[in-house]
Design a binder for this molecule. Structure first.
Ligand code: PMT
Length: 224
């Protein structure tokens, strides 16, 4: 894709997983590898955008040509990093699988085994995208992803409304060729004007389709 149709646009993007530590040894995390978010970041850079990437731990090498990168581990760190850059962004895209919960307390030393079950209390993390939805300026475009295993489109539409976003990219993570870890995805673009199902595509092609849709959404916002 040689066209520079995103020249000058400032895109803030999250990618990958979060890691929440219980103690110096044990972690709670999820299956996100960063492939989807990194594909969006690379596509946006290739199309001329100024991309700030907030990334969780990953084995991938960073996309080339980023304007800035923030490496974080926890949901709270991801929240702080996004808030630091949000006001300066034209577009926010949340491709990361953010930890919804973190352990209530971190144990400075390794938790010792006992005979009974281990009970860990979790508390909610802030919702990054929903916070962006509250803080947004009228021209800012907000795009979320929904990782679902059932009621995919209804759940994605609920998140679109609740998080005051412009578009949700819904993927059924139980479907072969979709979701975590693979190089392809099967998504539906869930917008205020309806659903647009896409076929099985490489994550790079999905990224380009999302960015194409983003241009239209931005034009709509600038006219308001
Ligand atoms: O990284 P890969 O291995 O390529 O996998 C890609 C993917 C499956 C992670 C990706 O396609 C995807 O679906 N990402 C979103 C995963 C997710 O956390 O979805 P969710 O339905 O729980 O969250 C909905 C949206 O709210 C997401 O944009 C999420 O970034 C955002 N969110 C969620 C919780 C929270 N506390 N803050 C948020 O901003």
């Amino acid at each position: 894709n040689a066209k520079k149709d995103l020249a000058g646009l400032r895109i803030l993007l999250t990618a990958g997983t979060n890691v929440e530590a219980l103690d110096p040894v044990r972690l709670v995390t999820n299956r996100a590898t960063g492939k989807m978010g990194y594909a969006v970041a690379q596509a946006a850079v290739d199309r001329g955008a100024q991309v700030t990437l907030v990334t969780g731990p990953t084995h991938l090498s960073l996309p080339e040509g980023l304007a800035a990168v923030e490496r974080i581990e926890t949901g709270l760190e991801m929240y702080e990093a996004v808030m630091k850059h949000f006001d300066d962004a034209d577009v926010f895209i949340g491709a990361a699988a953010v930890s919804d919960y973190r352990p209530k307390s971190y144990h400075e030393n390794k938790l010792k085994k006992a005979d009974g079950p281990l009970l860990v209390e979790f508390v909610r993390n802030p919702d990054i995208l929903a916070t962006c939805g509250e803080k947004r300026q009228p021209h800012q475009v907000l795009i979320g992803f929904a990782a679902e295993t059932e009621h995919v489109l209804a759940n994605a539409r609920g998140k679109l409304e609740r998080k005051k976003s412009d578009l949700f990219v819904a993927n059924d993570v139980k479907q072969a060729g979709a979701g975590f870890g693979v190089d392809t995805n099967i998504v539906t673009l869930v917008g205020h004007d309806g659903d647009e199902p896409l076929p099985l595509l490489s994550k790079r092609e999905v990224a380009d389709r999302i960015l194409d849709k983003m241009i239209t959404l931005r034009e709509g916002r600038l006219l308001k």
